[in-house]
Design a binder for this molecule. Structure first.
Ligand code: ADP
Ligand code: MG
Length: 323
């Protein structure tokens, strides 16, 4: 059983950023309005995720760490309508299978909290303690029992970069949550949870509407666009600052990135890429979301039509703006 858990863990947890992704998604699902992420040595030494969400009841802890334990899927039909981020019940069990984990939490309906330690997927100690409502998950000695995996990790800076990149995207897609990220004790991201995307963009890039950014607000059924695109001062030599969300979910899609480039044709030089943080809304039936939540690829039905509509939307926005 421990072997099975380790193998299963390998699919989900391949590096520190996978741990951060799963734990932060749990915190979001728990309804947190504040989420703190602290990492040491790119997450290789320690990862702490603290939230003020609903917390986990004392009795639910052992279950939450069992494989395929999830509180988010009551019936199989729910798979169709689920909008919580995690629903396979694999994250906590996978993380605890390949690291040392300590969970401190208090459920909103309970008077006292609890602190529980796991090692290699096994609960080794659980006791009650006082704690504010919410959850703190501390993960350390990642891959201590799977040395081959540990050996394949990149340098601290690289692993840290992956985590910061992920957190930037999560913060953009959840402006209503105040995120604080600390790397080796230094604050590297601090959002205010105002609910406004522009506030997150401003924290990340220091840019403002008017001087650098053009707001995107366009509808051409069945597609809706929101977010911000850069003006001509904001042209980049790379595509890293073209960030797409479809129905609130971060996606990579080359067609959309190319369409964004093409929309600026005539305004820009070759090999330049406009800045863009794009929130696209599409009817769910037009999307084929791979239900493996670790994947960011998404298949859009009728992708050529949608990228054409998208390009039109950008061109109209540019025409109506003060470039
Ligand atoms: P999933 O998220 O797919 O349900 P996980 O293994 O990630 O599976 O988590 C198992 C369960 O533990 C969740 O369904 C949830 O009930 C509980 N849980 C995990 N993290 C948190 C958290 N930060 N706050 C509240 N409950 C949590
Ligand atoms: Mg989860």
């Amino acid at each position: 059983n421990e072997t099975i858990n380790k193998i299963a863990a390998g699919e989900v947890i391949i590096r520190p950023v996978s741990v951060v992704k799963e734990l932060v998604e749990n915190a979001i699902d728990a309804g947190a309005s504040h989420i703190l992420v602290m990492i040491e040595a790119g997450g290789k030494n320690q990862i702490i995720i603290r939230d003020n969400g609903c917390g986990i009841a004392y009795n639910e802890i052992p279950l939450a760490f069992k494989r395929h334990a999830t509180s988010k899927l009551a019936t199989i039909e729910d798979l169709e309508t689920i909008n919580s981020l995690g629903f396979r019940g694999e994250a906590l069990s996978s993380v605890s299978a390949v690291a040392r984990v300590q969970v401190t939490t208090r459920n909103e309906d309970e008077e006292v909290g609890s602190r529980t330690a796991f090692e290699g997927g096994t609960l080794i100690n659980q006791r009650v303690c006082s704690y504010n409502q919410g959850t703190e998950v501390k993960v350390w000695d990642l891959f201590y029992n799977t040395p081959a995996r540990r050996k394949h990790l990149e340098k601290d800076k690289k692993e840290e970069g992956l985590i910061r990149n992920l957190m930037n995207k999560i913060a953009l897609s959840h402006p209503e949550i105040a995120f604080q990220i600390k790397c080796n004790g230094r604050i590297v991201l601090d959002t205010n949870g105002s609910g406004k995307v522009i506030d997150v963009v401003n924290v990340l890039y220091g840019w403002e509407v008017g001087s650098n950014l053009i707001p995107l607000d366009y509808e051409n059924s069945p597609m809706k666009l929101g977010g911000f695109i850069g003006n001509l001062k904001m042209m980049r030599s790379h595509r890293e600052d073209q960030i797409f969300f479809i129905n609130g979910r971060y996606v990579r899609n080359l067609r959309l990135a190319q369409a964004l480039d093409e929309a600026y044709a005539g305004y820009t030089m070759k090999h330049q890429h406009p800045f863009g943080i794009v929130f696209m809304e599409l009817p769910g039936r037009m999307l084929d979301v791979n239900i493996h939540p670790a994947k960011t690829e998404i298949k859009i039905q009728n992708e050529s039509l949608i990228s054409l509509l998208f390009k039109q939307g950008i061109r109209e926005t540019l025409r109506g703006s003060n470039l």
